[in-house]
Design a protein around this ligand. Structure first.
Ligand SMILES: CC(C)(COP(=O)(O)OP(=O)(O)OC[C@H]1O[C@@H](n2cnc3c(N)ncnc32)[C@H](O)[C@@H]1OP(=O)(O)O)[C@@H](O)C(=O)NCCC(=O)NCCS
Length: 186
């Protein structure tokens, strides 16, 4: 097996693509970070039955242990396939070490090489502005459920273009039959 490609690192941790073996630890981290209520969120409706984009899923590893994870989901925005950032999570006790920013930057850099025009997320503006996100004008995009309009942030992936994403947000595609259990991943 080829050695994993390290896309960012500090003296002690490395960021690399998520591998199949990371799946259980990423699931545990997300469960610990967001709790069972995560499945009720509007963003999870967009993930239900849909796989995250494998080439944009990154983990931070230190001494063989998972420290953080980010995944991006394909979504349809006004009929175009775009990206939804998240979940992003760093282990409690490991926060404030730059891991969250490094994970996001790894994903954004990889996404710029893909076909997508933009990334959306629902989150705290002061944090995500650090990697270039800004608030979308209220009403520009519509999530499939209640979302605080002030927390909808966007990032244009293609240089110089204004963020023009608008319209109804829907699931991009269905990879797996949807069950009553809800989103099995993320
Ligand atoms: C949000 C989270 C991923 C940040 O990870 P992290 O590795 O601690 O982030 P970084 O070390 O890269 O950045 C830390 C900096 O961002 C700031 N920051 C972190 N969360 C913030 C927030 N919600 N709002 C504003 N600033 C925030 C910190 O104060 C710190 O600032 P400093 O550099 O001036 O000290 C982590 O706190 C976490 O996993 N939280 C629980 C899950 C969650 O809420 N995920 C995001 C929603 S999808």
């Amino acid at each position: 097996m080829n050695a994993p490609v390290i896309v960012a690192e500090s003296p002690s941790w490395q960021v690399r693509l998520e591998a199949p073996d990371d799946f259980p630890s990423v699931e545990t981290l997300n469960a610990e970070s967001f709790g069972p209520g995560r499945f009720a969120k509007s963003a999870y409706r967009l993930r239900e039955g849909v796989d995250p984009v494998a080439e944009l899923s990154f983990v931070a590893i230190e001494d063989g242990l998972l420290r953080g994870s980010v995944r991006f989901w394909p979504i349809s925005v006004g009929g175009h396939e775009e990206l939804l950032l998240g979940p992003l999570a760093v282990q409690t006790g490991q926060r404030g070490r730059g891991i969250g920013i490094a994970l996001m930057l790894a994903g954004i850099e990889a996404a710029r090489r893909g076909p997508w025009r933009g990334v959306l997320l629902v989150g705290d503006e002061p944090y995500y502005t650090r990697v270039g996100f800004s608030r979308l004008p209220p009403g520009r995009v519509k999530f499939p459920g209640p979302v605080d309009q002030n927390r909808i942030l966007g990032l244009s992936l293609k240089g110089g273009e204004m963020l023009t994403l608008s319209g109804q947000i829907r699931r991009a595609k269905i990879d797996h039959p949807v069950t009553a259990v809800g989103a099995a991943v993320g």
